[in-house]
Ligand binder design. Structure first.
Ligand code: NAD
Length: 247
């Protein structure tokens, strides 16, 4: 049985990924922070299509909530085989002078600590070293990890740099224990992240400067994530896939 957990799956890239994985036969844990109605609509859509999914409320930055989420997933669906670390936050554009410690800590605790905690709990279940059957992890980073997002959100870019390094280190650490760890780096994708945190309309403003001259759709990211999780990517670990229209 293929059992996936997708964090931040009530909307955007996480939602598209949860729906696609369910179509592909995964039983899916749909993690959400506080929008239960949105998470339930993802579950309903999966159930209507004949798939299996449960809602898992947890703040990924909170250790106790992450541990409880993995326990619930194991109890209700079974041992996880695929983790998609997707939940993330982005605040308004600003320069370094205006970056508060509170904002920096919030970004790092979600985008970095949250990814570490979910990887840790998944590895405990998947690893051959602990009697597990192996599995695959995909971390959702960002093109910003290499571009740095100067004058916009260097805090966010730096958090994604940490996600890249986590991917490399963990891939090497667990390769011998049946776990593959890969990373996608989306560019500008049409989701509510830009409307709620970054700059509304940003994708449309900058798309003319992108080599492909368009933003990406969440489903295009989901396809790449599902491939990296699948057996078709069985020799890929520590890999980075750019999904940024050539940027
Ligand atoms: P989004 O804002 O639509 O979705 C992010 C989800 O994460 C939301 O549902 C939110 O509630 C959830 N979340 C935030 N903090 C959480 C926490 N502490 N615990 C649990 N859930 C939490 O944005 P999206 O564009 O779908 O982003 C998904 C991922 O893709 C993020 O990691 C983001 O950094 C990355 N990304 C997005 C873009 C883009 O242009 N949209 C580009 C590059 C990378």
């Amino acid at each position: 049985m293929k059992i996936a957990l997708v964090t931040g799956a009530s909307r955007g890239i996480g939602r598209a990924t949860a729906l696609l994985l369910a179509q592909q036969g995964y039983a899916v844990g749909v993690n959400y922070l506080n929008n239960e109605t949105a998470a339930q609509s993802v579950i309903d859509e999966i159930h209507q299509a004949g798939g299996k999914a449960i809602a898992l409320k947890a703040d990924i930055a909170d250790e106790a909530q992450v541990v409880a989420m993995f326990k619930q997933l194991s109890a209700e669906l079974g041992p996880i085989t695929a983790l998609v670390n997707n939940a993330g936050i982005l605040f308004q554009q600003t320069t370094i002078e205006n970056l508060s410690a509170e904002r920096i800590n919030k970004v790092l605790s979600t985008n970095v600590t949250g990814y570490f905690l979910c990887c840790r709990e998944a590895v405990k279940i998947m690893s051959h070293r602990h009697g597990g059957k192996g599995g695959a992890i995909v971390n959702v980073s960002s093109a910003a990890s290499r571009l740095g997002a100067p004058g916009e959100y260097v805090d966010y870019a730096a958090s994604k740099g940490a996600v890249d390094t986590l991917t490399t280190g963990l891939a090497l650490e667990v390769a011998a224990y049946g776990i593959r760890v890969n990373c996608v780096r989306p560019g500008l994708i049409y989701t509510e992240m830009h409307a709620s945190g970054g700059e509304p309309g940003r994708v449309d403003r900058v798309k003319a400067n992108l080599p492909m001259q368009r933003g990406g759709q969440p489903e295009e990211v989901a396809q790449a994530i599902s491939w990296l999780l699948s057996d078709s990517a069985s020799y890929a670990t520590g890999s980075f896939l750019e999904l940024a229209g050539g940027r």
